[in-house]
Ligand binder design. Sequence first.
Ligand SMILES: [Zn+2]
Length: 132
Amino acid sequence: MAASSLVTEAVWKEIVSTRSVTDDQLSILHFLFGKNFERATRIVDQRGVKRISGELSGRSVFQVTGESRKKEEYFCFPEHYCACYSFFYDVVNRGEQICCKHQLAARLAVSVGACVEVKVSDEQLALLLSKF
Ligand SMILES: [Zn+2]
């Protein structure tokens, strides 16, 4: 894992354990993610992160609303995957970013407890996932 990813993981862990973000952590995240981090905080401020959980299994997927006027929604696994174009282009294809703004927004929202929680049956969750 690249050094920048390790630093990021350490920062997220700290944020999760304290449930708040200090100025120092903010500057580290901003340094690592730049504009994407600003966009992610805007998404969180607009309550754009939904965590959809299966009632019995507790498994979950995130649905993140983009901050552009079109308000597209993307399915997203904060640590591994996002359905947006930038994830495929900047993260997977060119390797220029560690993650996209939706993944960042999801992690930030989880860390500070700002997700909109949606409970569905496991069947509904499976149906959602099958549409990926
Ligand atoms: Zn994305």
